[in-house]
Structure formats: C-alpha cells, structure tokens
Design a protein around this ligand. Structure first.
Ligand code: DGI
Length: 143
C-alpha cells in the first residue's frame, strides 16, 4: 500500500478534555507517524476557509463557532494508507454511530463536538496539509 499523508485536527473539545496524548497514542499504535504538529487558535477566517466546502450547509455557522472556541492541535500523519487508516481510527462523524473503540466513540460528545478531523481523500489531504503547513515544516521520518 502507498505511503500517504493526511491532515488530522484534534478539535477544541478533545483539547479541553486533556486527551491530546491519548489520541496521538492511537495514531502511533496504528503505525501512523507524526511528521508535523502545532497547536493553534483558529480565527474565524481560518475555520471558514478550511471548511469552505460546507459553506452552504445549515450547520456551517455552528461548525465555525465550535472550531474557533478554543485551541486545536493540527498534525500531519504519514503511513501506509494513512487517509483511510485515520478515518477508521476516528469513527463515524456522529459519535452515536461511531464503532466501539474508535476515537469518536470514546472521546466525542456530539456531532458538533466530535473530537477529531481527518482528511477524507488523498486529494483533500493535499489541500488541507497545504492549508496549515509549508512543505518545509514536514519532517521526514525515514531514519
Ligand atoms: O469528515 P467528517 O468530520 O467526519 O464530516 P464532514 O466533513 O461531513 O463534516 C465536517 C464537520 O461538520 C463534522 O465533523 C461535524 C460537522 N457536521 C457534519 N454534519 C453535521 C455537522 N454538524 C451538525 N451540527 N449537523 C450535521 O448534520
């Protein structure tokens, strides 16, 4: 399987619950490597730009409000099949529907405050990684 990169965001609810380390552990245990990481307080325009594809959706305002409600941890994860692997670790968007043992089943409260974001395709991963990181900020982990 091809080595891919995917963008992960640990959302404000999970940061507030102090479970950053527990979530990163799940990525590491699944064989994903962190190749870039930073904690940021998103501005309204940061969040609107990131979620531009949802601009017309009824929940857009709430989503932007939530994503700017506190700091987030933005990471680039690398590994074989990283995009799908991260989506499997996350679980369904609605934590009530998320499979047992997934990050959202274990840490998320609601469809708004759902603990994590992960790119849904290699195409969106490329856009999302570039939205937050310069290529020079990605650190090779091959050694
Ligand atoms: O890729 P996901 O985060 O799993 O889901 P998505 O890209 O369809 O939606 C992005 C975020 O928008 C999601 O994590 C939470 C929010 N969202 C999605 N669908 C709904 C929603 N929020 C509300 N309140 N209601 C929804 O139906």
């Amino acid at each position: 399987m091809a080595v891919e990169r995917t963008l992960s965001i640990i959302k404000p609810d999970a940061v507030a619950k102090n479970v950053i380390g527990q979530i990163v552990s799940r990525f590491e245990q699944a064989g994903l490597r962190v190749v870039a990481a930073k904690m940021v307080q998103l501005s309204q325009s940061d969040a609107e730009g990131f979620y531009a594809e949802h601009k017309e959706r009824p929940f857009f305002k709430d989503l932007v409000g939530f994503m700017t409600s506190g700091p987030v941890v933005v990471q680039v994860l690398e590994g074989e099949g990283a995009v799908l692997k991260n989506r499997e670790l996350m679980g369904a968007t609605n934590p009530k529907e998320a499979a047992a043992g997934t990050i959202r089943a274990d840490f998320a409260e609601s469809i708004d405050a759902n603990a994590v974001h992960g790119s849904d395709s290699t195409t969106s991963a490329a856009r999302e990684v570039a939205y937050f990181f310069a290529e020079t900020e990605l650190c090779p982990r091959t050694r």
